[in-house]
Design a protein around this ligand. Structure first.
Ligand SMILES: C[S@@+](CC[C@H](N)C(=O)[O-])C[C@H]1O[C@@H](n2cnc3c(N)ncnc32)[C@H](O)[C@@H]1O
Length: 267
């Protein structure tokens, strides 16, 4: 079974099980949608009338909040069951979202320069290579469009177990390219899914090489010093599980002016 089929199946199951990763937007969140989406002030003061792509973002959370805030929303996901939640929630809230089943690394259904914002929650781990994703996002964004993405942190994905002294073991090489082995602690992994580790070189370097400028970077805190071993917040004290990146697409003029005038071979 391909990684796409496997992950579609897993996320269809998680959606039906009402997983915590398939939560829908609440009334309280819908009352202040931009605050719910973004506490760091990365989004503009209003998204009214903007074209927003919620990428690999099914489940009825991000899409609904952007739609309630007045954006024209398209949500892409590999899982029809996750997308069903977006459509159901949109109808309940009397807003419209366009739901499209596709893989995040093939956005060929969309024309170049279609969106002002791409919002991409944690999901890049389900794809073996990030370059095609970043290049597609750069293509479908218009002008100096905003790309907000969140990713599983490579060190966290290297952890395979906790030893008897409650230390976390990096059991997978940083250079592991194949699908990650299954682990017992599924707090930061989805059981049955096919996941890949992306190194910083790929997460950040490839983003810059795909035509983006990074404007901000954050590590949402999941650790709690009072948490007991076995709790995800205990592990979160030792390594940040996620990172969030605010990037802006370089315009054609910026891309041309930042291109090196001489080529220096890499040593
Ligand atoms: C952690 S959930 C993110 C969505 C959720 N709304 C949230 O708030 O975090 C990850 C999503 O990625 C989707 N996904 C997995 N592989 C994908 C792929 N190749 N292309 C598009 N979506 C994919 C899953 O179906 C799932 O809905």
């Amino acid at each position: 079974m391909s990684h796409l089929d496997a992950n579609e199946k897993v996320w269809n199951r998680l959606a039906k099980e009402n997983s915590q990763f398939a939560k829908v937007a609440t009334d309280e969140e819908c009352a202040q949608p931009l605050l719910a989406l973004d506490r760091r002030g990365w989004l503009p003061g209003s998204v009214k009338g903007m074209d927003v792509l919620c990428l690999a973002s099914g489940g009825g959370w991000q899409s609904i909040l952007y739609a309630v805030a007045g954006a024209n929303v398209t949500v892409v996901d590999i899982s029809p069951e996750m997308l069903k939640r977006d459509v159901q929630q949109a109808s309940e809230r009397n807003v419209h979202v366009k739901a499209v089943q596709a893989s995040m690394d093939d956005l060929s259904q969309f024309e170049t320069s279609s969106f002002d914002i791409v919002h991409h929650p944690v999901s890049s781990c389900y794809i073996p290579k990030l370059k095609p994703v970043y290049e597609e996002v750069a293509r479908v964004l218009r002008g100096s469009g905003l790309y907000i993405s969140q990713h599983k942190q490579p060190t966290s994905l290297q952890i395979t177990e906790r030893d008897q002294r409650n230390r976390y073991i990096l059991g997978v090489s940083y250079y592991h390219n194949d699908p990650l082995p299954a682990v017992q602690d599924t707090a930061y992994r989805e059981e049955g899914s096919v996941e890949y580790l992306h190194r910083w070189e790929e997460l950040v370097g490839e983003l810059c090489r795909s035509g983006f400028v990074i404007e901000d970077f954050s590590e949402p805190r999941r650790g709690d010093p009072k948490a007991k071993p076995g709790d995800f917040r205990h592990r979160g004290m030792f390594t940040a599980p996620y990172v969030r990146i605010k990037a802006r697409r370089k315009t054609l003029v910026e891309q041309e002016s930042s291109a090196p005038s001489i080529w220096i071979p890499e040593s």
